[in-house]
Design a protein around this ligand. Structure first.
Ligand code: ADP
Length: 641
């Protein structure tokens, strides 16, 4: 059988290249993700900035609304307060020291309840006669505010509004004023001042800068104290004169801020709502901002919110790192997935290959088995045929053997009978002749010879009968020693004539050896064997016969008879027990002796064997069943006769 030892490739063969490939893929993923992230960085920053600007725009709107709300809430208060009769009373009678404390206290209570910094009443000249802060050292009472525009405007227009750094308080404030009438006559002016410091505090929480600049470009409010009263641009002479005359701000504080402003140009183009601002602080630190503005028209204020330009850089970098990581992880995941898939595909391929190899082997084996089966079937058929032929040949042989035996027997019988018959005939003729010549004596002798011949023929016939008919003798226990002795006695005259030496090797204890058989027939067998031996030793100088008894492996009693004669010829070795086989001269043997002996011993349940000895003689062994009477023979005796 041709078995091909197909070694499937190891599932991970060829993986040696994989680490290199993996490394290359990894490097590629790192580089690509880095490039993508870097490419996305400016965009990311811009988007962040836009978000930030939108957020600041909302803050700006809120800040503006808060300030506007605070101002508009306060705006109507002076006119309402001016309605109070007591104010008219004290203005009409400024020397009434009894009324003044009431008026002062009323103003204080009102300021307190409305959350207003100061309320104060001025006469038509602008001198303060009553004030909510009457208790304080820096009380406005006695102060003259004729120079303040709110006073002038209140007298002229019925309403005055103004913002300034308080000359007495040193606090920034927004002032609203309204005239106090007595009928159509203006008795004086009531002013309300609110401070704006609390708003700035809230702005400081923000990263972005917030400031409020007035119509002159002076920063009035800011989350950065150092920017207060700085100007966005150098002031014009007119503006300086106006500030100076109204004592709005101390002139010494009004220094321009180092500021450069330019239009904001974004990716989509110029955006009017925005401008770029670069501010250099007094100690030389340069800051870049994107500025947004809103207007509070009533106060002529501009609220500015400045978003630091670089503020989104760090955030963008953080996002850049995160996005890089995300892309990297995604890339790595894809690589791992691809690798897994490749491995899986490889494994499937290997398994398929294995399955195919196995399939091929199975098919090959099946084919071989089928072939072997066919061969076997053929062989069986041939054997059956041969067997049939053999059986036929055997039957033919048996038939041939039977015919041969019949031929042999006819030849032997015709020979055995023809010779005495011829002799009988010649004796009878002689006897007749003798009687004719009256020679009675000779005639009698011839008749006696005829009688002897008849006896001989009767003996032959008896022999034949013995061969053909099985005696009905019962099997019984027979004494082997006694049988041997009888046989030797019978053959004794021949032994003596031949001068043969007989050596008996029997068990030493002299006890009888009992075997199963028929006494007469066993004796017949022994006489036959002894006489055959004597026949074979005719030409032997010192004929010798050895008899001994042993026990074979099956526990049978073995009687062996050995001679130093011619030994069995080649033919005799094969056919010695066949009927009518003989090597003897006609008239000396029928060739039935051993055949009859063989059948007798077989009837006893034993067997007889023949072979040549090493010395050249023949050896016959008779195996007999031991009887229950027999004893074990372990030692042997040697006895010569
Ligand atoms: P017969 O003695 O009439 O020939 P047997 O059957 O007794 O018939 O013997 C057959 C033949 O076996 C003999 O002719 C002889 O050739 C051979 N034979 C028997 N016994 C011996 C022996 N002891 N030694 C040699 N040949 C033997």
């Amino acid at each position: 059988m041709n078995v091909t030892a197909a070694h499937p490739p190891h599932p991970f063969a060829g993986n040696a290249k994989r680490p290199k490939r993996n490394f290359a893929a990894l490097a590629l993923v790192v580089l690509v993700s880095l490039a993508l992230s870097i490419a996305a960085l400016p965009h990311m920053e811009q988007r962040l900035m836009e978000g930030r600007l939108r957020q600041d725009e909302a803050t700006l709107r809120l800040v503006t609304e808060v300030i506007r709300g605070a101002l508009s809430r306060t705006e109507a208060l002076p006119a309402l307060i001016a309605e109070r009769p007591i104010l008219g009373d004290i203005l009409r009678d400024p020397d009434n020291s009894g009324l003044l404390p009431f008026a002062n206290e009323q103003l204080r209570q009102t300021a307190l309840s409305l959350g207003i910094s100061d309320i104060y009443v001025m006469d038509a000249d602008g001198t303060t006669i009553a004030a909510s802060n009457y208790r304080l050292d820096r009380s406005f009472i006695g102060q003259n505010f004729r120079f303040r525009p709110y006073f002038i405007d209140a007298l002229a227009n019925g309403i005055g509004r103004y913002h300034a750094l308080g000359t007495t308080s040193g606090q920034r404030g927004y002032y609203f004023a309204a005239p106090i009438f007595d009928g159509t006559k203006i008795l004086g002016v009531v002013a309300v001042k609110i401070t704006l410091d609390r708003f700035e505090e809230a702005w400081r929480d923000n990263d972005s800068r917030i400031f409020v600049a007035d119509q002159h470009g002076v920063i009035f409010m800011s989350d950065r104290p150092e920017w207060q009263f700085r100007t966005l641009a150098p002031l014009s002479e007119v503006a300086m004169e106006e500030i100076r005359s109204t004592r709005q701000y101390p002139m010494t504080l009004l220094k321009p801020l180092s500021l450069r402003s330019e239009p904001f140009v974004a990716a989509q183009g110029e955006d009017n709502r925005l401008s770029r601002m670069t501010i250099t602080s007094d100690d030389g630190v340069v800051s870049h901002y994107v500025a947004q503005q809103s207007l509070i028209a009533s106060a002529r204020w501009r609220v500015n919110i400045l978003t630091p330009a670089g503020s989104t850089r760090a955030e963008a970098l953080g996002l850049f790192a995160i996005s890089w990581l995300v892309i990297l992880i995604a890339g790595l995941s894809i690589i791992i997935l691809i690798q897994r898939r490749t491995q899986l595909l490889e494994r499937i391929a290997v398994q398929r290959e294995l399955a195919e190899t196995l399939d091929a082997r199975v098919q090959e084996r099946t084919r071989d088995l089928n072939n072997a089966n066919a061969k076997l079937r053929q062989e069986i058929a041939e054997r059956a045929h041969t067997e049939e032929r053999l059986r036929r040949t055997q039957a033919e042989l048996v038939q041939a053997g039977k015919l041969a035996a019949l031929g042999q027997m006819s030849a032997a019988l015709s020979h055995e009978f023809n010779q005495p018959l011829a002799a009988v005939k010649s004796y009878a003729e002689n006897a007749a002749t003798f009687l004719e010549r009256d020679r009675a004596q000779e005639a009698r002798e011839n008749i006696t010879r005829i009688s002897l011949m008849a006896d001989r023929m009767a003996s032959i016939s008896k022999h034949l009968r013995n061969f053909a008919r099985r005696p009905q003798e019962q099997l019984r226990d027979i004494p082997l020693r006694a049988v041997i002795r009888d046989a030797l006695d019978l053959i004794e005259p021949r032994l003596r004539r031949a001068g043969a030496e007989v050596i008996l090797e029997l068990p030493v204890d002299e006890a009888e050896i009992w075997v199963i058989g028929g006494r007469v027939r066993l004796q017949q067998v022994l006489v036959n064997l002894l006489s055959n031996a004597l026949d074979a030793m005719v030409d032997t100088k010192t004929p010798k016969l050895e008899l001994h008894i042993t026990e074979d492996v099956e526990g049978m009693v073995c009687l062996t008879l050995r001679d130093n004669g011619t030994g069995l010829s080649q033919d005799a070795q094969a056919q010695v027990f066949d009927p009518f086989f003989t090597t003897k001269e006609p008239g000396h043997g029928l060739g039935l002796g051993l055949s009859i002996s063989y059948n007798i011993i077989r009837d006893f349940g034993g067997k007889i064997e023949a072979r040549n000895t090493a010395e050249g003689g023949a050896e016959f062994t008779v195996h007999l069943r031991p009887s229950a009477k027999s004893r074990q023979h372990t030692s042997k005796a040697k006895q010569n006769t």
